[in-house]
Design a protein around this ligand. Sequence first.
Ligand code: SF4
Ligand code: SF4
Length: 663
Amino acid sequence: MNFSQNRALEWVSQDLQPFVLGLLVLTAIARFLYVLWPKWKIFQRAPFEDRLNSPVKRLGHTFRTAFLQVKMFKEAGAGWMHALIFWGFLIFLLRAAWFFFIGFFPTVELAGSGCETLYLYLKDCLIVLVILAATYALYRRTVVKPERLTLSMEGIVILVLILAIMVSDALFDAAWQARNPQAVLNGIWLGSLIAPVLSVLGADIVVHLHNLAYWMHVVCILYFLTLLPGSKHFHIITSIPNVFFSNIYGRGNQLYRIDFENEELENYGVSKIEEFSWKKLLDLHTCTECGRCDVVCPALASGKPLSPKQLTVDLRDHLNSETPFLLDDNLERLESPSLLGGIINDETIWSCTTCGACEEECPVMIEYVNKVVDLRRGLVLMEDRYPAEFANAFKSLEAHSNPWGFGSNTRADWAKELDIKTWDKNNPTEYLYFVGCNGSFDERGKKIATAVVKSLKSAGVDFSILGNDEGCTGDPARRAGNEYLFDMLASKNAELFKEKSVMKIVTHCPHCFNSLKNEYAEFGVELNVIHHSELLALQGGSEVKTDDRVVYHDPCYLGRHNKIYDAPREVIADNVDPKAISEPATSRERGTCCGAGGGRFLLEEKTSTRVSHQRVDQLMESNPDTIAVSCPFCVLMLEDALKAKNLHDKVKVKDISELGNEP
Ligand code: SF4
Ligand code: SF4
């Protein structure tokens, strides 16, 4: 830093300068706190949620996601643009501190340490890059206008302010250099480049430009500060905390258990905005409205009335408008404060497949699935309102522990001819094979379960089943908002696991896998759960590999929710000629949902295109003979879609266990 630059300011005398600057700073801080205070009070009153555990892990996650901006680079142009603005912002925080220091202490001499040359060099490089990035951002907002962006005057004002801060910084250095042509400003290459141009304007103008640059710089920074808490750019303040407090335990583990024994509990789920936890309210204030979530949402793409971005914006706007009423009981509202059916339509809430694609894309780690499930809990448990198909499924789950109403005493019928051991506590096998409702009752599902059994046997896995004692994990009830029913089903299974000393489970259903692995610990059982793809991947494949063209579809609850992407691909590679395997355009973290998740496999899809049809269109791009899957619900959805498109004779859908075992 060149510490003598401060001596040249003339617009305000050196005696008065600290007072003028102090007045500006105090005004800006007062305005900032005035707008921030109600938001802070709302956070304080919101239901508690523990997001302070594992602070070291959280710091590492924050460094990668917030400071290195790793999620941004999924999208080359806009990603780099945003990352550069952010890094520039961090570097310029130090520079801003220096500007205020020389304003408050115009006569104090600071000794340089030598590091400032590098810093100033870097700072000038960043000025150029941030000016380019902000200009590109302005161009996108005013000329390109991408559909996913929310275009507002506020966004343009912020970009103009960023440009003004950058330009005034460079101008300040350039004017100082023009006034002091003999001085050597180490590191300030940009100012030195511009200085000769300014010198042509004459000494008087250069003096005014120098003063103008200083005051423009500090006023723009202070104005920027006052804009933040009352605008959507509040995310500039909340983004880093939101990343720090985000769910670091995996997407599969983000729903909380309700304590139904607690008689003081007044709400189950959420029907009013203030019932969301403080972290969920922080999410709402953190949305940058970039629209990345909308681009990947299968519900929105298939014409359902659900835009994740709009859901957040609607909740945030409602939170802001409700804030005065929440803080003052004497104020009377004109409208009902209920979210359900008012601010958010029921169909929007039921449209979500809980696939997690939006969360995977969101650069500031906003969580959706837990909010959607909170709202579903509100609808089911507080308002007793849900689709008719769910009513039947809930009754069947309660009476027979499966969503279709088959007698629970027929659960193990599929296995009668297969010579499978039943779990014996006194002589346990290494694994319990948890079959799930689909494998136990659905005709197509039974064929998959049979193929899994054959694969496990030929791989030499020591396993047995629970037979008719097995019950639904409760996953469809939980995703559909019926937490009470989930609690009942999960408690029953957990008791059974404890009673029978079950500890290691293999399952082929990613929904059972997710629930048993991530959600049963709250019910007092620590299970070691493995997906059949992980076991089969260890065994190697058949000697004769098929050369049928195969494309793999990632199930959301195996992939995005539990990060198992490679094991199923290894099983495919073990059974299929590598030249015949292709990846769909959207796969792995960006794989598109088949439409079954969130309990939606139980619903008739009446609005617009079916999600499964959309996914089949994507998978058909590589002209496959077989669509390989590792989830029985994906098999059902994709087979139905192929039938509807009259492609079922041409293309087969197979679970990975069926690749070496024809059904
Ligand atoms: S979880 Fe999936 S369906 Fe639900 S809002 Fe996000 S992207 Fe859309
Ligand atoms: S939720 Fe995340 S991805 Fe979606 S608009 Fe907001 S910041 Fe962007």
